[in-house]
Design a protein around this ligand. Structure first.
Ligand code: GAP
Length: 482
């Protein structure tokens, strides 16, 4: 019997493992559910995503500065921010299978089933009821019963009540494991920024409107991690708190929603796979008055890629009150004292990397076979240029190594390969998204001309070695998705 075709996500997961993007963590010990390590290509991909974010958000701007704050802060931080009291998910257990689920995810699963079957009216009605039930455990439990949702494992509907479960990881500082020594792993990088608002203001000569950006790990004890690296318990965030005069809140909310959406399309994500979705009032986080999600159409449905939130003066005011440190801004020109409002674009680096991967993946039918190609923007591709000697003799490997060193000196990431037929080497690079392959042949030794092969068009061009770097840089900046 023929093997069933793997799902698109299975194909992505298997490519990631085979080519060294992502491995299951602790694999030799049987893994540790939904936790992943990034291999040689994965770590390059993450770096490219972080660099692309940082260069546009911080380096290229005069009104945003960076920060790298500690993961473990004074635990009062999380009491003040509302995370100890409010950062929780609604949980429900099935008594037969003993499986635990996020109640809202169970209902979303039912909505997705309706949509798949074309029953859009039922889907919309259930979505409306879900929105109304968010934040109300009793209503959520009643909705699960009303919608006839059964446990995917046991097939029964003997559910417990819905309860809230706090998502923060707890640990202890020092030798004593007592209530007095509790500390939390940060569930968002944002709070470290608020705690440093005064330090940055006093040391950087910034004044509102200005932003503080940070990339770093965050931790959430997610009940239902899954969809590969989409939702994990340990992940990296890229967040920016943009502090503005209160009257300018709407203007900057509009600005950052557009700027963040454009960042994805400029880096090659297909626009038709993206959408901006404003949150319903019932969906808003405890600190937010308005939030929009940039969503991507994943193989498992539309999902949040990044959120842009109006956080008002909630965090600065709360930390001012709780710490006794004044976190207001004094404008020497207007002589006005005020607590700035905050617009926060917040995305996940791992989720961005997964999105770039999924969006780039194509199987292209050629005359004789199928070519797998990742059409990464050259700025995102883990390897920018592969260098090959046509054959492994007659001085070609040495010349190819020389060219590799030349590109490496210009900080271009390269890969040298002299194994297998040239066509096969091209295909191996297509599969990991390398935009350019440079081949040294017998003539290169006398005329100093190499062949550049383009990943997307598969076209080849002759280029002088002395002009190679400029040629590649120009090709990178002129790139657009075909
Ligand atoms: N400071 C606001 C904040 O943390 P969020 O919507 O909870 O907002 C921001 O998180 C982004 O972080 C999400 O849009 C997503 O990209 C990423 N993220 C959140 N939880 C995640 C998880 N469990 N695994 C991977 N990425 C996650």
């Amino acid at each position: 019997m023929a093997k069933p075709k793997p799902s698109f996500m299975d194909t992505i997961v298997s490519l990631c493992k085979r080519r060294g993007f992502v491995f299951p963590a602790s694999e030799i010990y049987g893994g540790i559910g939904n936790t992943y390590d990034y291999g040689p290509l994965g770590v390059e991909l993450l770096r490219r995503v972080k660099d692309a974010w940082w260069s546009r958000t911080v380096t290229a701007r005069t009104d945003v500065v960076g920060l790298d704050s500690a993961i473990i802060q004074n635990p009062q931080t999380w009491i003040t921010s509302g995370h100890v009291g409010g950062f929780s998910d609604p949980l429900i257990d099935n008594k037969t299978s003993k499986q635990r689920y996020r109640a809202d995810h169970l209902i979303e699963g039912k909505i997705a089933k309706y949509e798949k079957k074309g029953r859009s009216e039922q889907a919309a009605a259930l979505q409306e009821k879900l929105n109304a039930a968010l934040g109300d455990n009793e209503a959520m439990g009643a909705l699960i019963a009303e919608a006839g949702i059964k446990c995917p494992i046991s097939g029964t509907d003997d559910w417990t009540e819905v309860r809230q479960f706090n998502l923060m990881f707890k640990t202890y500082i020092g030798a004593l494991q007592s209530e007095d020594n509790i500390a939390y792993l940060r569930p968002e990088t944002a709070q470290g920024i608020f705690l440093n608002f005064k330090n940055v203001l006093e040391s950087s000569r910034q004044k509102p409107p200005f932003g503080i950006a940070q990339i770093g790990k965050s931790f959430r004890n997610e009940i239902t991690p899954g969809n590969f690296v989409f939702r994990t318990r340990e992940f990296e965030q890229a967040e920016m708190e943009f502090f503005v005069p209160p009257a300018e809140e709407q203007q900057w909310y509009d600005y950052w929603r557009k700027a963040r959406f454009d960042w994805y399309t400029e880096l090659g994500i297909r626009e038709e796979k993206l959408r901006m979705r404003e949150h319903e009032a019932s969906e808003l986080a405890h600190y937010s008055t308005a939030t929009a999600d940039i969503e991507y159409e994943y193989p498992f449905g539309w999902g949040e890629l990044e959120g842009i939130a109006c956080r008002t003066d909630f965090d600065l005011k709360r930390h001012s009150e709780a710490s006794g440190t004044d976190l207001v801004f004094f404008d020497p020109q207007t002589k006005e004292h005020y607590t700035p409002y905050v617009i926060e674009p917040a995305g996940g680096i791992n989720r961005m990397a997964l999105t770039f991967l999924i969006d780039a993946y194509e199987e292209e039918e050629l005359e004789k076979d199928t070519r797998v190609v990742l059409r990464f923007h050259p700025e995102i591709a883990p390897i920018t240029c592969a260098v090959f000697p046509l054959v492994k003799k007659d001085g070609m490997p040495e010349k190819a190594r020389e060219i590799e060193a030349l590109l490496g000196k210009a900080r271009m990431s390269t890969f040298y390969d002299e194994k297998a037929a040239i066509g096969r080497r091209y295909r191996r690079q297509d599969e990991i998204g390398t935009p350019f392959c440079v081949t040294v042949d017998g003539d290169t030794l006398s005329d100093d001309v190499v062949t550049v092969r383009h990943r997307d068009s598969m076209q080849q061009e002759k280029v002088k070695v002395s002009e190679l770097l400029t040629y590649l840089i120009e090709s990178m900046s002129g790139w657009s998705r075909q």
